[in-house]
Each structure stands twice: as structure tokens, then as C-alpha cells.
Design a protein around this ligand. Structure first.
Ligand code: BTN
Length: 252
């Protein structure tokens, strides 16, 4: 933790050996009055959480489990696109470590050759119309070996893609720097300024997809995203926009 909290670090990093979930720890700290921004990192999680109620497999000392506490005071407007902006920051972090084939899957999965390498889970505290706190949870598969885990979807890690063991302290420093840069641009210029860059990193531009919304399945072709970060699909020849954290995309 000393190495991470040296001068130049955009916020404090609180480092733990084991936690239930780094997102849960950030929530407890916010509830106890700790002032954002700050980050929480753990060597392992016993109850790592993923999107849509799934669990996030979190073995010891191999990956990155990172949560950032943010204060949002521009109301709902500043929340628009936030999860996509975080995706861009993680993408640029992966690329800085030589993973040139990494890309985004709307809304905020990171894939290499159609295999998941990182995931993002945003959790909100307070009234989004007013001042509120956001917990930005980021899980990156760093040095995880396939022999030690059982994951129910295709996945890969930074080590398998780059062929070298990744220094996780250097990764955290890079991630925090990228997050700070993209969050600042988002705050100053709004999401629309980052829209083209996001589409440039989107692996599924132009692809035929199924959008899963609960029991509903919508077939269409990806046109891109709009100025708020909503997914634009061509469905039966008509353009439609979709947003919301519970949606999930498949190739069809
Ligand atoms: C997803 O389902 O793709 C999102 C996964 C998010 C996992 C990270 S690991 C750090 C943080 N703490 C959690 O419990 N979840 C997020």
C-alpha cells in the first residue's frame, strides 16, 4: 500500500488481504463518512459480486479487485455514460500493458478474442437526481490460471494474452491514472466528447446481436451508441436506443 500511495497518486488506495467484496467495503466506508475519492483493493474476495446478481470469482493474489468511491454532484447528467467512460479507462489500461486486441462490449465488458478479461459493476448510493455516491467496481483477470478456477463463461487473463507475468502494483497505478484522466474529461466535456472514442473500441459495431432484457430478447444490428451512452440498434429497419444496467448483449 505504501508503493501505491506515493506522490502523484490521484487518490488513496486502501489495501486489504481479504474482503467480502471491495464494493461492499467502499459502501461501509462511505456510510461511516469517509470522503471520496478513495480506492479499495483486496488480494481476494469471498463474495465478489458481478452484474445481474452473478458472482465474481476472486482467487487470492492473482487478479485485481478494485473499487473506487466517487462523489457525483452534477446529478443524473453526470451519471450518463459513466459506466462506459470507466470501460474506456480500463481499455486504455489494458492497452498500456500491450493488450492491443482488447476491446469493449456494450455496456462495459472488456473482451479479448470474445473472451472476458475484465468486468465493471457500478453501484449507486443516494438520490441520483441530487448529490450521490457511486461505487465503481472493477475486476481484471491478471495472472489467473485456468487450473485453479471454474468460471461459467469464456474468459482469459492479461498473462495468457501477453505471455508475461503482470506486476499488479504497476497495473493499479496505471488504472488509477487512466481513471482520473477519463473521469476528468467526462466531467469537463460530457459523455458526447468520448462517444467516438468509445465506438472506436467497441468490438461489436455493425454486428448482428440479441439484446437480452429479462425474459425478452430483441434481435438487431449494432449501430453504435448515442450521446448518453445508450445502445443504438437497428431493429426491423428502425433505429432504437436502449439503456439500463440489466441489459446484456450476445452475438447472434
Ligand atoms: C461483471 O459482472 O462483469 C462485473 C464484475 C465486477 C467485479 C468487481 S471485482 C471488484 C469489485 N468488487 C466486487 O464485488 N465486484 C467488483
Amino acid at each position: 500500500s505504501e508503493a501505491l500511495n506515493k506522490a502523484g497518486s490521484p487518490w488513496a488506495h486502501r489495501v486489504f488481504d481479504s474482503l467480502d467484496s471491495t464494493n461492499a467495503e467502499v459502501m461501509r466506508r462511505l456510510a461511516a463518512g469517509e470522503v471520496p475519492p478513495f480506492a479499495v483493493v483486496a488480494e481476494r474476495q469471498t463474495e465478489g459480486r458481478g452484474r445481474r446478481g452473478r458472482r465474481w470469482v476472486s482467487p487470492y493474489a492473482q487478479n485485481l479487485y478494485y473499487s473506487l468511491a466517487l462523489r457525483i454532484n452534477g446529478g443524473a447528467r453526470q451519471l450518463e455514460g459513466l459506466s462506459l467512460v470507466i470501460g474506456l479507462a480500463v481499455l486504455s489500461t489494458l492497452r498500456a500493458f500491450g493488450l492491443v486486441d482488447a476491446g469493449l462490449k456494450w455496456p462495459n465488458d472488456l473482451l479479448v478474442n470474445n473472451r472476458k478479461i475484465a468486468g465493471i459493476l457500478l453501484e449507486l448510493l443516494g438520490d441520483p437526481a441530487d448529490i450521490c455516491h457511486v461505487v465503481v467496481g472493477i475486476g481484471i483477470n491478471v495472472n489467473m490460471q485456468s487450473s485453479v478456477v471454474d468460471i461459467d463463461q469464456p474468459w482469459t487473463s492479461m498473462q495468457s494474452e501477453s505471455g508475461t507475468l503482470i506486476d499488479r502494483n504497476a497495473l493499479i497505478a496505471q488504472l488509477s491514472a487512466c481513471l482520473e484522466g477519463y473521469l476528468r474529461r467526462h466531467e469537463l466535456e460530457g459523455f458526447s466528447a468520448l462517444r467516438e472514442e468509445w465506438e472506436g473500441g467497441h468490438l461489436w459495431q455493425g454486428k448482428p446481436v440479441s439484446l437480452i432484457a429479462g425474459v425478452q430478447k430483441i434481435q438487431g444490428r449494432v449501430l453504435g451508441i448515442d450521446a448518453t451512452g445508450a445502445l443504438r440498434l437497428s431493429v426491423d429497419g428502425e433505429e432504437r436506443a436502449y439503456s439500463g444496467g440489466e441489459l446484456s448483449l450476445r452475438l447472434s
